[in-house]
Design a protein around this ligand. Structure first.
Ligand SMILES: [Zn+2]
Ligand SMILES: [Zn+2]
Length: 109
């Protein structure tokens, strides 16, 4: 896969973006032909890569549409401070929280 997605999600943020469990997904979503969340058909021009995800005994490469990705990034930003020591201490200094915020803004365009 060499096609460049419109928005690149930084690798360290990918694990924070929660996906539906692979077992319940239709084949087209599991292989990245459709949005992993909403099932919208994707093209290389619109798909956002969600990186390589590991499962028991395998790996897959989910992709998603911009709208669903943005929703998932916002959810990650909302839930992040609850599991982050830096945010408990001083959220303004948290790089992760800021990176999620910037990513959500980028996806809005
Ligand atoms: Zn979608
Ligand atoms: Zn944080």
């Amino acid at each position: 896969m060499t096609a460049k997605a419109l928005v690149d999600i930084p690798a360290d943020l990918l694990p924070l973006i929660l996906l539906p469990p692979l077992e319940v997904l239709p084949d087209a979503r599991a292989r990245g032909a459709e949005c992993v969340w909403g099932g919208e058909p994707l093209s290389t021009a619109t798909a956002i890569d969600l990186g390589e995800r590991k499962t028991d005994g395998g790996h897959w490469f989910p992709r998603a549409c911009r709208t669903c990705t943005r929703r998932a990034v916002l959810a990650a930003r909302t839930s992040h401070p609850g599991m982050c020591e830096q945010c408990t201490d001083d959220a303004t200094l948290c790089e992760t929280r800021r990176a999620l915020h910037v990513l959500a803004l980028e996806l809005r365009r």
